[in-house]
Design a protein around this ligand. Structure first.
Ligand SMILES: Cc1cc2nc3c(=O)[nH]c(=O)nc-3n(C[C@H](O)[C@H](O)[C@H](O)COP(=O)(O)O)c2cc1C
Length: 326
C-alpha cells in the first residue's frame, strides 16, 4: 500500500502564508515578491518590475528582500504543522520553490520566530541602551550562520566610521539618487509601499535612516563613538551570486526575528554598500569574513517603532490561488 500524497493547503492556510510573507522587510518597503501556489508547491517570485536603478542597480537588495520573505514563508508552513523544503531557482522570475511535505509538529524555535514576524519592524532611532548580553549576541550570530553565509561584528570601528561618513556625503549630494529615494518616501499612505516619513531618523547614525539631502554628517570621531554605542553584525557571503543574495536575505531575517523574540529592535543598512568600490574597502579595512551584503544594527529600544504599510494581500499572488484575499 502506498502512502497518500501530502494534502494541498486550504485557503485559510494560504492566507497564513500570505500574511507572513507580506510582513517581511524589503528594500524601500518595495515588497518585490509574489507567490504562486501549485498544490503542495509554492513558488516565490521576484517582481522584476520593482526597479531601484540608483539604489539597487543589480537587484541585489531585491533578491535579499525575497530571501527575507522566504524565511517567513518557511516559518509559516512549519508553524501550520507541515514539513517543508526550499530550493533556490535560477529562473528570471522564480527565485525559490518550497515543497510542502507531511504533517510535522513545529519546533519551539520555529514557533517563536513565527510569532516575532508581526512584531518585527525597522527601528532606525537611537537605542535606549546598547549593552546586549554576549549570549544574546551569540544567538543572533548562530541564527544567521549557514553554509556560505557568515555573520561577524566589524572590527576597526574607526575605519568603518570613515567609510560610512564618506558614503553619507556622496549619497547626500547625488541628485539622481535623491530623486529616486524621494519617490519611495513620499507616497506610502496611498499605495501601501514605500518608507513612511515617520519611520526615518538619522538621530543615531546618518546611515541608519536612509541618507537624504538634509542628513547631518558628524565628523569621523563622533561617528566612531556612536558606532561603538551600537551593536553591529555584518551578513557576509562566500561569493556574490544570486543564490547567495537570496541566502543572505534569509539569514538576515532569521537574525532579525531572533532579535525581536529577545526584546531587541534593529534596522538594516545596505544603502552605502551599493557605492562602487565600497564593499571592497569594507572587506580590506574593517576585516570581514566574506562579501558584505547587509549591516544589522540592534539594541534595546526606548519606544517601539510603528508598523509600516503593506500592499493589499491580493496583489501577492501571481495566479488565482489567493482565494479572494485582500
Ligand atoms: C535587503 C534590504 C535592504 C534594506 N536597506 C535599508 C537601508 O539601507 N536603510 C534603511 O533604513 N532600511 C533598509 N531596509 C529596511 C527597509 O526599508 C524596511 O524593511 C521596509 O521599509 C519595511 O519596514 P519594516 O522593516 O518596518 O517592516 C532594508 C531592508 C532589506 C530587506
Amino acid at each position: 500500500m502506498t502512502a497518500a500524497a501530502p494534502a494541498a493547503l486550504t485557503h485559510e492556510q494560504i492566507g497564513v502564508l500570505a500574511r507572513a510573507v507580506s510582513r517581511a522587510p524589503s528594500v524601500h518597503n518595495s515588497q518585490p515578491w509574489q507567490l504562486r501556489v501549485r498544490g503542495t508547491e509554492v513558488d516565490l517570485l521576484q517582481r522584476r518590475a520593482v526597479e531601484l536603478r540608483r539604489h539597487d542597480p543589480f537587484g541585489r537588495d531585491r533578491l535579499m528582500s525575497c530571501g527575507a520573505a522566504l524565511t517567513n514563508l518557511e516559518l509559516a508552513i512549519r508553524t501550520l504543522g507541515r514539513d517543508c523544503h526550499a530550493e533556490f531557482q535560477d529562473g528570471d522570475d522564480v527565485v525559490a520553490t518550497v515543497t510542502i511535505g507531511r504533517p510535522k509538529a513545529a519546533s519551539t524555535q520555529d514557533y517563536t520566530l513565527f510569532q516575532a514576524i508581526a512584531r518585527r519592524r525597522s527601528h532606525r532611532r537611537a537605542f535606549y541602551h546598547g549593552r546586549v548580553p554576549p549570549g544574546v549576541r551569540a544567538a543572533l550570530v548562530v541564527a544567521g550562520e549557514t553554509t556560505g553565509v557568515h555573520v561577524a561584528a566589524p572590527a576597526h570601528l574607526d575605519k568603518l566610521a570613515e567609510l560610512l561618513g564618506f558614503a553619507t556625503r556622496v549619497l547626500r549630494d547625488d541628485r539622481g539618487y535623491q530623486r529616486e529615494l524621494a519617490m519611495w518616501t513620499a507616497h506610502t499612505t496611498v499605495t501601501g509601499d514605500g518608507v513612511p516619513e515617520e519611520a526615518l531618523s538619522s538621530e543615531a547614525l546618518p546611515v541608519a535612516g536612509l541618507v537624504r539631502t538634509d542628513t547631518p554628517v558628524p565628523d569621523d570621531v563622533v561617528l566612531a563613538d556612536r558606532l561603538a554605542a551600537e551593536n553591529l553584525l555584518v551578513v557576509c557571503t562566500d561569493g556574490d551570486t544570486r543564490a547567495e543574495h537570496l541566502a543572505a536575505g534569509a539569514a538576515l531575517q532569521r537574525i532579525w526575528l531572533t532579535a525581536t523574540a529577545k526584546a531587541l529592535a534593529g534596522s538594516v543598512i545596505t544603502q552605502p554598500l551599493h557605492l562602487t568600490g565600497f564593499r571592497a574597502r569594507l572587506v580590506s579595512e574593517v576585516v570581514l569574513p566574506g562579501v558584505p551584503q547587509a549591516i544589522f544594527r540592534f539594541g534595546y529600544p526606548a519606544v517601539p517603532a510603528a508598523p509600516s504599510p503593506r500592499l493589499p494581500l491580493g496583489e501577492l499572488f501571481r495566479n488565482e490561488s489567493s482565494g479572494g484575499l485582500r
